[in-house]
Design a protein around this ligand. Structure first.
Ligand code: XMP
Length: 487
């Protein structure tokens, strides 16, 4: 029998999809000063970071520079995939080589190559020294910029290198302090690491040792290298496997993860890689249940559909799961499964300021993903433009025609059957460095947690009390009745 008012009751029973524009956090009794707040959080099942900020995998947001800058500050960048496999791998390698205790992925040279080759390799990789190894990877010496700079380009590397007899090297058991002492004592910039037989295992550089002390909050892998993630298509196993050698996190990057083909392809992908695999985007409880059932090993959920500042999905389809609404639903699904706090939620899309970050975390997220706010920084790959005395950086959606022209990430929005633009193109104000933006967002978030009385993100989940504000009321809780010169 057909239910009476079947369609009309569906309208009346519709849930309220609350957004960042609808809610505020209520002040609570507090014993927490903002500077005492800990923002340490899980970004995936296996990785904890000191700052709950993740940058979006978009080609106007996250390249190697962004990923390096953000990881140094305690967050993590997800490298975009709107490029060839080789380009994406090169970005990942750059992040991993940016600083580490022992570089594992060492660029080497053979003794029979020429000085000209050494110069070319050094310039290509922006490095100033190359361990010299034979075809079985035995360390024979080291050649540095100083050795090649004024040498005849036709000389052989073996003739200009410092040979093993004069070389300072070490084994893997060396500690950071010992390495510093040794390098200071012998005034060397590079310390090769070898195994018992004398085969090259890695390289320690003085620059890395210095940098390490400079960024105490940095997100690092177990080898001390900066943490990094990369976006992949669920259908591009080849790319996922290639990136898996270099990245810690793979983000299955589709606009709607709750799709049979995507779920099945991701299940296969997860079994072929060792990185933590974050899946998304999702916006409902059912998507979480199906993802966990089918994919089995989900290392995190990227949550929110249609809230992104460059998003047109909600307009062209009227389908959306606004980030805050989606996060709360996904968090409830994870509570039902006993996994909330274990499998992290990354709230993605629509974050305009630190207040939105506080709301997203309070609604159950462990971290937030931001495109717009990071697109405006010096480290984003987008173009910089001056307009009437102000600076702007280019920012466009990955479903916009501009991004789709490169066609590399076309399947984020469809298997190329869907031919509709789901993103817009534009410019965002230039905001300075990632460090400037992060400092401001972090201070605002810590202040919010201080007001609520939450010393940690976990504490925020239990202590936060929301209140709904009328659309008109929102006008009162921001600056008003003043002619603002700045801000
Ligand atoms: P914000 O608000 O930080 O959001 O700019 C960034 C997030 O938006 C998503 N994204 C898109 N969504 N069409 C969409 O519907 C698009 O073209 C598009 N490009 C990016 C993505 O989740 C990103 O992290």
């Amino acid at each position: 029998m057909v239910k009476e008012n079947f369609f009309y009751s569906r309208l009346l029973d519709a849930p309220l999809a609350l957004t960042f524009y609808d809610l505020i956090l209520q002040p609570g009794y507090t014993e927490v000063e903002p500077r005492e707040v800990s923002l340490r959080t899980k970004v995936t099942i296996n990785f904890e970071i000191n700052l709950p900020f993740v940058s979006s995998p978009m080609d106007t947001v996250t390249g190697a520079d962004m990923a390096i800058a953000l990881a140094r500050l305690g967050g993590v960048g997800i490298l975009h995939r709107n490029c060839s496999l080789e380009e994406q791998v090169a970005m990942a390698r750059r992040v991993k080589r940016a600083e580490s205790f022992i570089i594992r992925d060492v660029v080497t040279i053979s003794p029979d190559m020429k000085v000209a080759d050494a110069i070319e390799i050094m310039s290509e990789h922006d490095i100033h020294g190359l361990p010299v190894v034979d075809s079985a990877n035995y360390l024979l010496g080291i050649v540095t910029w100083r050795d090649v700079r004024y040498s005849d380009p036709d000389n052989l590397v073996r003739d200009v290198m410092t040979g093993k007899d004069k070389l300072i090297y070490s084994d893997e058991s060396i500690t950071l302090e010992e390495a510093k002492r040794l390098m200071n004592k012998y005034r060397i910039e590079k310390l090769p690491i070898v195994d018992k037989e004398g085969k090259l295992l890695g390289l320690i550089t003085f620059k890395d040792l210095e940098l390490r002390g400079k960024f105490p909050n940095a997100s690092r892998d177990p080898d001390g290298r900066l943490l990094v993630g990369a976006a992949v298509s669920p259908y591009d196993l080849n790319r996922a496997v290639a990136l898996d050698r270099y990245v810690d996190i793979l983000v299955v990057d589709v606009a709607h993860f709750h799709n049979k083909n995507v779920l099945n392809a991701t299940r296969k992908l997860v079994r072929s890689v060792s990185a933590d695999v974050v899946v998304g985007n999702v916006g409902t409880k059912e998507a979480v249940f199906d993802a966990i059932n089918i994919v089995e090993e989900v290392a995190g959920f990227r949550v929110g559909i249609g809230s992104g500042s460059i998003c047109k999905t909600g307009v062209v389809t009227r389908v959306a799961a606004p980030t805050l609404f989606a996060v709360a639903n996904v968090a409830d699904a994870l509570i039902e499964l006993g996994e909330h706090g274990n499998i992290p939620i990354i709230a993605d899309g629509g974050i305009k300021n630190s207040g939105d970050i506080a709301l997203a975390l309070a609604a159950g997220a462990s971290a937030v993903m931001m495109g717009n706010l990071f697109a405006g920084t010096r480290e984003s790959p987008g173009r910089l433009m001056a307009l009437e005395g102000k600076y702007y950086k280019e920012y466009y959606g990955m479903g916009s025609n501009k991004a789709r022209m490169r066609r590399m990430s076309l399947d984020r929005y469809s298997i190329p059957s869907k031919d509709v633009e789901e993103g817009v193109e534009g410019w965002v104000p230039y905001r300075g460095t990632v460090k400037d933006v992060v400092s401001e967002l972090k201070a605002g978030l810590e202040a919010a947690m201080g007001y609520v009385g939450a010393a940690s993100i976990k504490d925020l989940w239990s202590k936060a009390k929301f209140a709904r504000v009328s659309p008109a009321g929102m006008g009162e809780i921001k600056p008003h009745n003043i002619f603002m010169i700045k801000g």
